[in-house]
Design a protein. Structure first.
Length: 226
């Protein structure tokens, strides 16, 4: 123990003796504060002496935040009611994490589900370009045993044929490629496809019509270039 440290220890002992004799509350508080100051100074002095003698830095360091692996959720299902689109996500053990670890952020055309620290892993389901607009402020979610249900409140009470614009576009393109209509030999080869696209346009909703109109325009532009 260094000379300075020994003197500080003696000061603490003296303050403790005075504290035992004090009767006024204010005096006791002052002596207690001084005792704590002296004890803190002793502790710091010990750390410095330890560092000087061993070469080890004993200063307190902020703990490094724990990093978790990330997993993108790709398996989910959905259905709907008049008011909401319901998205079902199976995730084993999700009911065991704290409620604040499960968050869903909404816009009028997307949602972002994040489950943090589920057995050391973060899980995310990010869906953008929903087929129709939603009311994000009144959308919600519910955690059940090993699964979640997201309730996306519809901005308008209309039936959704697909969850996203991309799904609708993919279905249209697939139908155009895999189910060409039968055509008469004397008929214009493109007429059958045009008839089918026209039929899908007439029967489809607004999003379907926009998708087909775009495909129609792109096809016509390619022909003009050729």
């Amino acid at each position: 123990m260094s000379v300075k440290q020994n003197q500080l220890v003696q000061d603490v002992e003296e303050v403790q003796h005075l504290l035992s004799l004090a009767t006024r509350e204010r005096v006791k508080n002052l002596l207690t504060t001084e005792q704590r100051r002296l004890e803190t100074e002793i502790s710091k002095l010990k750390d410095v002496e330890t560092e000087n003698s061993t070469g080890i830095n004993v200063a307190t360091k902020a703990p490094t935040p724990k990093q978790f692996t990330a997993n993108r959720i790709t398996n989910y299902g959905w259905d709907q009611s008049d008011k909401s689109v319901k998205v079902y996500v199976s995730l084993k053990g999700v009911h065991t994490v704290p409620a604040e670890n499960v968050t869903v952020k909404h816009t009028n055309s997307s949602f972002n589900l994040i489950v943090q620290n589920l057995e050391g892993t973060n899980h995310q389901l990010l869906i953008g370009n929903l087929l129709h607009e939603i009311d994000g402020e009144n959308s919600s979610h519910k955690v059940k045993t090993d699964n979640l249900v997201l309730f996306l409140r519809k901005a308008e009470k209309k039936t959704w044929k697909y969850l996203t614009v991309a799904e609708q576009k993919s279905k249209v393109e697939k139908d155009l490629k895999s189910a060409p209509p039968k055509m008469d030999e004397d008929k214009d080869p493109s007429a059958g496809i045009m008839d089918m696209m026209r039929k899908m346009y007439e029967e489809g909703d607004d999003e379907m019509k926009r998708t087909i109109a775009k495909a129609w325009t792109e096809s016509r532009d390619k022909k003009d270039i050729l």
